[in-house]
Write a new protein. Structure first.
Length: 270
């Protein structure tokens, strides 16, 4: 089956940024795009309170999707899902087996933190899958070459997603930097973090791999401090971070919410 990228679109600015980003990724990955619009008309949908849901008729949705598809330079199919986004994504994933699910991040300056991460959380809980979150501020993106992988130094495996991650890094000719954030100076932090990633096989075919350690009281602050120096952040999300009720206070959630650059979340198998 050909590689595909699943992009959620609600026709707002953030979705357009995500679509532009995914279109650029499609060429080196030799991938087609799957555009998914989910009709979210439930009064229980958390984002009904933010004004971030499109209120288009069925006819308008199909016209908008057709218009987007015509303007793209890569192969594309368009679909309309219904109900909660996470369930619609899980259904689309089961049929298309995309390399990534791509989601735009809206301007959240006036939105409670809990609502900002709700969609990402629901997707990770319902269909744990590589998830790329693209901030609405990303404009005319080039291919991401400089990748910062933040790790806690603990052992992990990516299971079925290891091949996808390797293919993505190799296709982009990525320059990977492995970051470990520590609350105090540690002479072994660099080595421990690098070893934990090397054992997954992620770095096997890469020509350039660096390691960095930054001292910060909170891991998210250390990651966000370095984020502007890179094209994309790569986070390893352990199941406990998105299955538990404390996800909104996790490092993954905070980085996804505040990062100025796209964030790729890879679910780990522990």
């Amino acid at each position: 089956m050909a590689t595909s990228l699943l992009i959620l679109t609600d026709f707002f600015q953030a979705a357009d940024a995500a679509l532009n980003y995914a279109t650029n990724l499609a060429a080196p990955l030799d991938a087609r795009l799957v555009l998914l619009h989910v009709r979210r008309d439930s009064v229980l949908d958390p984002e009904m309170f933010t004004g971030q849901l499109s209120n288009l008729s069925r006819e308008a949705i199909h016209l908008a999707l057709s218009s987007l598809a015509r303007d793209l330079s890569v192969p594309v199919v368009a679909e309309v899902g219904h109900g909660r986004v996470a369930f619609a994504v899980a259904d689309a994933v089961s049929r298309h087996h995309p390399a990534l699910v791509v989601l735009g991040r809206h301007d959240a300056s006036g939105t409670p933190d809990e609502l900002v991460t709700t969609t990402a959380l629901d997707i990770l809980r319902t269909a744990p899958y590589p998830l790329l979150v693209v901030p609405h501020t990303v404009r005319n993106p080039g291919l991401p070459r400089r990748v910062l992988l933040a790790t806690d130094g603990e052992e992990f495996t990516l299971g079925q997603f290891a091949g996808t991650a390797r293919h993505l890094l190799n296709a982009l000719h990525a320059e990977l930097t492995i970051l470990h954030v520590t609350p105090n100076n540690s002479a072994t932090a660099d080595t421990t973090a690098l070893d934990s990633v090397t054992r997954t096989g992620l770095t096997a075919d890469l020509l350039t791999v660096h390691s960095r350690t930054v001292t910060a009281a909170r891991p998210a602050e250390g990651i966000l401090q370095l984020a502007p120096e890179y094209d994309v952040l790569l986070l390893i999300a352990r199941r406990r971070s998105f299955l538990g009720q404390l996800f909104h206070h996790s490092v993954t959630a905070e980085v996804v919410r505040r990062s100025p650059v796209p964030v790729l979340v890879l679910p780990a198998q522990e």
